[in-house]
Design a binder for this molecule. Structure first.
Ligand SMILES: Cc1ncc(COP(=O)(O)O)c(C=O)c1O
Length: 461
């Protein structure tokens, strides 16, 4: 494809590498350039409007622009645009944000370690798990367990932790001491007649078997998202976390809750840990922490981890970890203001009020011939596209049904996320009831378009 010389598309293709993108295809089709946003809508450079039903990358919780947050960033840059947290230095917004996070933590936590992204937060939590076991005299506990299809980020360790083969291929990853247990996707993976509780028991038994095979005294930590996001908005089946935590306690394995997507009301409570009764030793958070207006993440650590860090710091004379922008004053000031906005709008009450509307509005599409299952909690939802929903017969992969629906949705002004043949929704937390109804209408049209195409190709018989 040839582009108009010096057009924004030509400049993009000639200069940028895009993440999670087919690079060759990108050279042919070029970018969709998003130029502005308002509430849960974004607009491209031709003026086309889209409802963003995944809040960008599950993160733009307050929508896509904000005068109030812009003013906070501006004021902070004028006052103190940079300082760090190394060698006993500190800043007011970092202190205040840490205090706020400890106040709202789902379980008692002792301290906050700031980083700049969800990946870095998980990377740090991995390091801290190793640091902890070194401190308490069990340095052989080096293995980390996560789930197949989990997503925890893309730095070398965080992507090793992730269970997505497409993100390992060609990179020589995962690292050897990262192990993966069963993907707890009840709808797709349960045996005929198996209840959710029975399925959860099977998942917990598989975890225990992995621990026994690897050697319990070699395992440092288990990482899990309360709701698996990039795996397809997969809810834990009934009883899952209770059973899994029972196994982890039995073998004295640390639990790290990855709240990067679930934190800040996404699941209808402030934390996914509250929705699913998880008691983590560490909690990682990012995305809605700053409403995605600034790159910042946080690791919350409990007293036991903190005590171990203190003793290691005594031993080595230093906690030898850090990065230049961690706890950046502009990012922490903006995140702090975001927390104030959440309190003013009572974000949890809002998610509790609008969550059921999202679930029922999109739930009605369960009757659509392409839809096999719809499940969600709060303002997150996954929709399984199946050739036969009742018998759980999937579409042939080569039909790329999910991608067809995604393309049709974009034509109807709806941005959604596909994970294979599963559609995922996590709209900004400022979504209004009429936006949810409009998401339902646009999605319905997109499903109809895809069904019509498949029918004309004879793929629905
Ligand atoms: C659950 C989860 N953890 C970690 C990450 C990585 O966060 P980041 O992209 O900020 O590095 C993501 C990103 O989508 C995520 O969904």
């Amino acid at each position: 494809m040839s582009y108009i010389p010096n057009s924004i598309e030509a400049r993009d293709v000639a200069s940028l590498v895009h993440m999670q993108t087919n690079l060759r295809k990108h050279q042919e089709i070029g970018p969709v350039v998003i130029t502005r946003g308002e509430g849960c809508r974004v607009y491209d450079d031709s003026g086309r409007e889209y409802i963003e039903s995944v809040a960008g990358l599950w993160c733009a919780s307050l929508g896509f622009s904000s005068e109030r947050l812009a003013k906070v960033a501006y004021d902070q840059i004028r006052k103190l645009g940079y300082y760090h947290l190394y060698r006993h230095r500190s800043t007011e917004p970092a202190i205040e944000l840490a205090e706020q996070l400890l106040k709202i933590a789902p379980v008692p936590m002792a301290r906050v370690v700031f980083q700049c992204s969800g990946s870095e937060a998980n990377d740090t939590a991995i390091k801290l798990a190793w640091y902890y076991w070194n401190a308490v005299g069990q340095p052989q506990r080096t293995k980390i367990i996560a789930r197949h299809m989990a997503y925890h980020g893309n730095t070398c360790a965080a992507v090793s932790l992730s269970g997505k083969p497409d993100m390992h291929e060609g990179f020589g990853l995962p690292f050897a001491n990262f192990k993966h247990t069963e993907f707890p996707h009840y709808y797709r993976r349960h045996e005929p007649g198996e209840t959710e509780l029975e399925f959860s028991t099977r998942m917990a038994e598989a975890l225990e078997k992995l621990i026994e095979t690897e050697g319990p005294d070699t395992i440092a930590a288990f990482f899990a998202e309360p709701v698996m996001g990039a795996g397809g908005a997969i809810l834990p089946p009934q009883g899952y976390f209770e059973k899994v935590q029972g196994v982890l306690r039995k073998y004295d394995i640390l639990f790290v809750a990855d709240e990067v997507i679930c934190g800040f009301a996404r699941t209808g409570e402030m934390w996914g840990c509250e929705t699913f009764d998880i008691q983590p030793d560490m909690l990682t958070s990012a995305k809605a922490l700053s409403a995605a207006m600034q790159p910042i993440s946080a690791v919350l650590i409990n007293d036991k981890i903190h005590e171990a860090m203190l003793s290691q710091s005594d031993r080595f004379g230093n906690f030898a970890h850090g990065s230049t922008y961690a706890g950046h004053p502009v990012a922490t000031a903006v995140a702090l203001e975001v927390q104030k906005i959440y309190a003013e709008m009572d974000v949890v009450a809002r998610a509790k009020r609008l969550g059921p509307l999202l679930q029922s509005t999109l739930g009605r599409l369960r009757a659509h011939p392409l839809v096999g299952d719809v499940r969600g909690v709060g303002l997150i939802l996954g929709m399984e596209l199946m050739r036969d929903g009742e018998k759980r017969i999937p579409f042939d992969n080569t039909l790329k049904v999910g991608a067809r629906v995604e393309a049709a949705a974009a034509r109807h002004g709806l941005i959604l996320r596909v994970v294979g043949d599963r559609l995922v929704f996590a709209p900004p937390l400022v979504v209004e009831a009429h936006d949810i109804e409009e998401i339902g209408r646009r999605l319905h049209r997109a499903l109809d378009d895809a069904a019509r195409d498949l029918e004309s190709e004879g793929a629905l018989q």
